[in-house]
Design a protein around this ligand. Sequence first.
Ligand SMILES: [Zn+2]
Length: 86
Amino acid sequence: MGVKSCCRKGCDEIMCFAYVDDIGYICRDCVEEFKLIMTRKGHAVDNILLIRYIDNELTKFVKDNEKMLAVSTINLNEYFDWYSLE
Ligand SMILES: [Zn+2]
């Protein structure tokens, strides 16, 4: 634990639990919420996952939290509509 601001969008926590390269500091509440979201996607916390995949999911979690929480499933067209540059 250290006095560092959580990098998650909208989180005011300053006592952070972890630091992830290229992502930033993250607090314990956000870590637990991220685990919950991943569990809902079918990834139990003890499942073996690619580190790159976790990095990508965590990056989306800290940056696009509102979208992530609004829906847990999506079709491919909607997914790319979110990330569309137009
Ligand atoms: Zn947080």
